[in-house]
Ligand binder design. Sequence first.
Ligand code: UDP
Ligand code: MN
Length: 332
Amino acid sequence: IIKTSVLSTLLTWLLLLEKFNLYSWLTLYFYWVMHLEVLLPMGVCPLARMPLLRDNFSGPLDPGAQPEVLTCTSWGAPIIWDGTFDPDVAQQEAVQRNLTVGLTVFAVGRYLEKYLERFLETAEQHFMVGQRVVYYVFTERPAAVPRVPLGPGRRLRVERVARERRWQDLSMAPALGGRLGREARFVLCIDVDQHFSGAFGPEALAESVAQLHAWHYRWPRRLLPFERDARSAAALGPGEGDFYYHAAVFGGSVAALRRLTAHCARGLRRDRARGLEARWHDESHLNKFFWLHKPAKLLSPEFCWSPEIGRRAEIRRPRLLRAPKEYALLRS
Ligand code: UDP
Ligand code: MN
């Protein structure tokens, strides 16, 4: 009872703060506010006690392996946490299917020198080890792409894009329709300003895959930073939105990604024509897409963790770590 009343007080405060648009501000400047988040329950997978939850790569899942976090969604998609799947089964399954997995990454401007080499080197150690992998690096300077030694069955392709293309998916669409689309069965699209730190295997593959945002996975739904301006194509109404997904990691089959990129490109074009820009740009449109078309699988924040958040009991094995932000230095 005490815990419930503490939580409801906390929630009331959070809602009040959100009313005045203060919550993001507070978490930015007062680090400790974030630590209170861990008191908010994430919810429990209704299927946790039923051995029904399956994953087309790792077979039967154990949604009860992490009882303190949500391990499935209301529409029955698994949320992949460490311990809920068997990595060996996932590995064998992927080998049996003889898959080629694509990994797309943009490295434009200073991001190339700053991040790409470590990104690729650590991907060689941790990303889909034992599978056939094709890296697709999108850059305006193909000659500057570092020559990272690749393991057997792994290759790197470089695609030239115009420098000013901030919106990645616009430039990814032709690739999906071309060689990338022919070569890869599944594709993961990942930001370059991070490095792999643990096994990121076929358990992360599905028809469509969304990443729970490390900064928001414990926030109450109505506080999530969706676009709320009804004029924007990315707008979600009150009560809409399941989770806040991070645009730094998403993926799926080539067909699903073509639908996603087309949706986001259309939304961005429509907004621009009206002189609008969604709150979190492409990420807002991605969140709208996944609200309308539920992802088949969600990745826990272990798959894209921000070390600034500090230690969390449920983050046992981070697989990808984000670099600290250095916008002033890197952009422009
Ligand atoms: N990016 C890039 N050059 C830039 C800006 C962005 O290559 O000048 C690519 C890069 O892959 C980066 C991604 O776009 O990881 C998203 O940009 P950023 O990481 O700055 O956005 P945020 O993580 O803040 O959403
Ligand atoms: Mn990033």
